[in-house]
Ligand binder design. Structure first.
Ligand code: OFO
Length: 170
């Protein structure tokens, strides 16, 4: 059985994963209408799907443990971007926010001695290490490329390999 504070915190995480899914869907849609960003658009469509899976996994766990997973109300995410660089900076910032939130949840499980939830959250801890790493790699690459058009072409062409190399299925 989940404590009330644990239930509220897990439902808050459901909201954050749903907001991540929406934020990345907006990035995907914006990229799709820019000339030449098809690969990046696909990357964020897949990333958005993945965040939805993270949300569902949490919801199923909450209900399984006798809680009630709440479908969250969401605000519209940022839908237009100054450029790729600022969009990818937002991506990394977002992932860091999610990691902090997961860390706080893990901290709560220890304070409450809720070892089942602690065990469940380890998957998210590993996932966030991976996601932050990928977001950092992509930001570093963009920094290196700058305004170079052929560099951007290769960045767009190869971005899905970042996911594949991380063993993501899409
Ligand atoms: Fe849910 O993994 Fe990123 O945010």
């Amino acid at each position: 059985m989940l404590s009330e504070s644990m239930l509220a915190s897990l439902n808050n995480q459901v909201k954050l994963e749903a907001a991540s899914s929406q934020a990345y869907l907006a990035m995907a849609s914006w990229c799709e209408i820019q000339p030449g960003y098809d690969g990046i658009a696909e990357y964020f469509f897949q990333q958005s799907e993945e965040e939805r899976v993270h949300m569902l996994k949490l919801m199923r766990f909450i209900n399984e443990r006798g809680g009630f997973a709440l479908v969250p109300a969401l605000e519209q995410p940022i839908v237009t971007f100054k450029g790729l660089k600022s969009m990818f900076e937002d991506f990394l910032k977002h992932e860091m926010t999610v990691s902090n939130s997961i860390n706080e949840l893990v901290d709560l499980t220890l304070r409450e001695k809720d070892y089942a939830t602690h065990n469940f959250l380890q998957w998210y801890v590993s996932e966030q290490i991976e996601e932050e790493k990928n977001a950092r790699i992509l930001n570093d690459k963009l920094e290196m490329i700058g305004e170079d058009k052929s560099g951007l072409y290769l960045f767009d062409r190869d971005i899905l390999n970042t996911r594949n190399n991380a063993g993501k299925k899409g």
